[in-house]
Structure formats: structure tokens, C-alpha cells
Design a protein around this ligand. Sequence first.
Ligand SMILES: Cc1cc2nc3c(=O)[nH]c(=O)nc-3n(C[C@H](O)[C@H](O)[C@H](O)COP(=O)(O)OP(=O)(O)OC[C@H]3O[C@@H](n4cnc5c(N)ncnc54)[C@H](O)[C@@H]3O)c2cc1C
Length: 341
Amino acid sequence: MRTYDYILVGQGIAGTMLGWFLQQAGQQVLVYDDARPHSASRTAAGIINPVSGRKFETAWLYDTIYPFAEQTYRAMEAALQVSCFHERDIWNVWPSAQMRDAFAACPTPYSQQPRELRYAEELQQPFGAGIVKGANVQLSSLLPAWRKTAEVRTERFDTEQLRLEENGVEYQDLQAKAVIFCEGVESPQNPWFGKLKFLPNKGEALIVRLPFRTADIIKKSITLVPLEDDIYWAGATFSWDYTDALPTAAARETLENHLKQLLSKDFDVIDHIAAIRPSGPDRRPMAGLHPRFPQVGIFNGMGSKGCSLAPWTADAFVKNLLQKAPLPPEVDIKRYFNALR
Ligand SMILES: Cc1cc2nc3c(=O)[nH]c(=O)nc-3n(C[C@H](O)[C@H](O)[C@H](O)COP(=O)(O)OP(=O)(O)OC[C@H]3O[C@@H](n4cnc5c(N)ncnc54)[C@H](O)[C@@H]3O)c2cc1C
């Protein structure tokens, strides 16, 4: 039997971050990931936006979570020899005079009035724009880079073969202290955690070629994130009412209409992608061990903010696993224990 400290199921941003912090703490980790191409982490643009809503409210715990995320991504960039964390201006094009005025009336440490209008030729922006200081994480670089350094089996983990023993788990010819499921949208089917409250939603995006280059994120009713040269990610839709995870003609039409309303020039659609966001009803991560079977745990619920939430929550979960430090109550699955008992 080969022995590990932890087996992780899933290597999206959740499994990657949990694996990273477990490794940093000296733990032996084995990851199972079936590498499906249209997982949430393989579809996301990785935007980190400090503010949201019509009142530009600062995101939950942002002043704690963002510096920790930046420090983590920088450390991973250095260790993995990869560039993936990009601080960017988010150029918010106002859809109305009301939004422009609301931005001016709600200053945050992250907002700035532009000194001059950018993209006068490229964008339709009769109400002007404002700048928010944000970032994006290139998951398409980070996830494969960590995968190369970690012990990862590219295969499906079969929960039916998992045996819970008194002091840990056995799976095929392996044993470990616990299995932590970081399986994204699969968790509602998980035999131990399926009763937690999930509220997944579907998102679609286009990959487009535009006739200009910039390092900014551009946001109106659609968000443009530079990928390379003149290629951009353009998304995303939100839908709670869907039958599968495939791209739809209706979402494509919506996204193309948003692009036509934003851009002054033509664009080429190169690809159309879709995935399901693993979310809970309170839009907070879910971390913890099962109340009756502490040999299994879950790390999920990243919703639409996996890139900002996963580093801080993974670190807290590892401290909980190894040092018995209490998890922050907002992310602790204890809030759902009645459903699991
Ligand atoms: C269109 C779209 C745009 C988004 N934009 C952003 C954004 O700009 N910023 C942001 O922060 N977030 C964004 N998100 C949300 C973000 O994608 C999620 O928060 C995050 O990716 C969730 O990560 P995860 O690791 O929990 O799940 P996933 O990324 O779904 O990873 C789960 C992994 O588990 C594997 N897996 C599942 N079951 C098994 C099994 N039994 N055996 C082996 N492997 C298994 C899958 O292959 C997958 O790799 C977006 C999401 C979508 C859909």
C-alpha cells in the first residue's frame, strides 16, 4: 500500500490551492483529476474585481482576501516559474449617467476617475468610464504548471471504491488520512456531501479577436479580458435554468449583442465556451470535514469568485486540518451540518 497524507479529488482552482498549501505544510498529497476540458476553472477568465453592484460595494473580506491572494499567486509564480497573476485596470464603461454619477458618489480605495478617456476610437462610451483597480489570474497557465510539480493521476476517482477505515481511508492500493473532494459541480452527487446546499449556475463566454490591444480589462454588460495579442475572453452569462453545460445559441446572441453595444468596430468570434459554476446559496466557500465521517472532507462553493476566495480559504482549511485551528464560520460547512447528520 502506498501511503499519503491526503488524497484530493479535483484540480480546479480549489484543488490546486488546497494542494499547494498542504505541500507547503510538508504533507504528501495525491490528486485525482479527470481533466475534463470544460470545468469552471478551465473556462473562467480569472477576474478579481474589488467592487460589485450598483453601489460599488467592496467584495466580502476583500481587504484581507486580496492581499493574501496576491501574495499566494506571486509565491506560486516564483516556485513554478510561470506568469499568471496580472494586476489590471478595470475600465468600466458606464451604461447610463446614473451609473457614472453613482461611481463618483461612492469612492472606494480601488476606484479612480480617469484623467483622460481611453479607447475613444474603439468603444462606444457616451457616458464615459471609471477605473477600478483589479487583477486577473491566468488559470490556463497556473493549473498546468502546478500539475507538473504535483503527483496527479489523470483519471476519474470512483467513490464506490473508497473505504472509510478507523484511522483514514483506503482506495485501491492507497491509504491516506482523508480524501478531500474539490470536485466542483460534481459535489451534489457526492455520497457524503450531496445533501449540502448547492446553487450551481451556468456561465458562457466567447473568445474573440478585436482590432486593438490593451492590458486593461474592459467592462460594461460584458467583460473583456486580454488573453494574448488581440485575442480576448468576452463574458459571461449567468443562468440558473439550464439542462446541460453546453454552449447555447441564446447565450451567444446575448453576448454578441453586448459586444455590438460596446465596440465601435467589428469583431471575430473564435470560440464559444460554457461551464457550470459550483456555488452555494450564500455565495461563500464550503470547507470542512464530514461531522460523522472525518475521513472525508469538502472544499467547494467558490461561485463566481474562485480566484480571490480559494487561496485564503485553502490556507484556513489547511490550518484547520493540521493544527485544529477553527475555520472562519462563514466558510465552515458546520453551517450545513443539520443537512449532513
Ligand atoms: C463562464 C465563467 C466565468 C467565470 N469567471 C470567473 C472570473 O472571472 N473570476 C473568478 O474568480 N471566477 C470565475 N468563474 C468561477 C470559477 O470558475 C469557479 O469559482 C472556480 O473555477 C471553481 O473551481 P473548483 O476548483 O471548485 O471547480 P472546477 O474548476 O470545476 O474543478 C473541479 C475539478 O474536479 C475534477 N473532477 C470532478 N469530479 C472528479 C472525479 N470524480 N474524479 C476526478 N476528477 C474530478 C474536474 O475535472 C475539475 O478539474 C467563472 C466561471 C464560469 C463558468
